[in-house]
Design a protein around this ligand. Sequence first.
Ligand SMILES: Cc1cc2nc3c(=O)[nH]c(=O)nc-3n(C[C@H](O)[C@H](O)[C@H](O)COP(=O)(O)OP(=O)(O)OC[C@H]3O[C@@H](n4cnc5c(N)ncnc54)[C@H](O)[C@@H]3O)c2cc1C
Ligand code: FES
Length: 365
Amino acid sequence: MEILTTVLSVSLISGGLALIIVMSEHFLNNYGECRLDINKGEKQLTVNGGSSLLASLSEHKIYLPSACGGKATCGLCKVQVLEGAGPILPTEIPYLSKEEIEQGYRLSCQVKVKTNIALLIPEELFNIRAYQTTVDRIDKLTHDIKGIRLRLPDDEEMSFKAGQYVQLHTKPYGKVKDSVFRAYSIASVPSERKEVELIIRLVPEGICTTYVHEHLSEGDPVMISGPYGDFYLRGNCSELVMIAGGSGLAPIRSIIYDVLEKGLDLKMNFFFGAVTKKDLYYLDEFAGLAARNGNFIFIPALSAPRPEDEWEGETGLITEVVDRFVENADDKEAYLCGSPGMINACLNVLGNKGFDQDKIFYDKF
Ligand SMILES: Cc1cc2nc3c(=O)[nH]c(=O)nc-3n(C[C@H](O)[C@H](O)[C@H](O)COP(=O)(O)OP(=O)(O)OC[C@H]3O[C@@H](n4cnc5c(N)ncnc54)[C@H](O)[C@@H]3O)c2cc1C
Ligand code: FES
């Protein structure tokens, strides 16, 4: 009897506490309706307070760039807030320069809408839209990389610059109860406006890549938004040095096809790094392009080829290969895409060759 009374009392107390927490959350986080004033009166939105500025804008179909889905780890969702954002959070500081902080820039995923907010949004971001696509094809490119082809609705087209990316929105699956979104570079050429191709590497335990690799099938609907990003071809030179590792090949592929299709007078050198042969893909496609186009040179390289790879191509870290092949920075621009480690190492090598920072463009992922 004593045990039963204790169990009952504990259950009642925990239930009461849970109720108090739920009630206080409801009242404390109920900020009512708030107004978002965009570009000094150009647009006025009414939103329910309590969500992040990033989410509140996206509910009204204004999509700011974001790669981490609001976890304050990409720094892409910056926006200039004129008033109403409250004090800056420690999570924002690593992504904002001193000048940006002075000008009121904030990470929109970290700003909670609690009151009326006035902010500035660059005009070009209003062109970003959401598209309900259908998975047209899924190809297994390597043991951990898939190529995904998405078809836009019949009456819609996406216009983007080669090198830009989209955000892919997942649906809840298994134990993942919320929808998330992540950035994926477009691997197809901009002239194909009705289809978008992505190249997605599986990250162990990764929410979005597990969804794509294990829960997505041909014919399924997928929401994407875009296009985003300032990684695209400038072409103010006569020669391009392009370096990619893993799924970093995606935006470089788009740029290469764009240059060839438009017949631009640019020499292209593409260095593609992998560890062993099983990590390489599109080898035949790029070798074929190089055979047909004198202006395009393709140099795949393996850092640790296995004997069974029977690899006769370049070996070594991709930075070592670039160091061997690229003589100088004369009239060249560099486009890099891959892991932060690879990009940082490439920046060093290219710096030593004489490349100015404003001639090097990159997306780290
Ligand atoms: C501009 C941009 C373009 C991108 N384009 C592509 C692309 O074309 N193809 C592509 O495959 N990816 C691309 N990414 C990376 C992509 O946005 C995701 O970060 C990645 O797919 C992981 O998402 P996830 O939800 O599966 O992992 P999460 O659930 O976000 O992460 C799970 C765990 O893995 C870690 N993690 C996250 N990303 C990586 C990673 N890349 N390597 C190792 N560990 C990681 C996290 O720290 C976390 O601990 C791009 C990123 C950016 C910023
Ligand atoms: S969305 Fe990545 S930092 Fe805000």
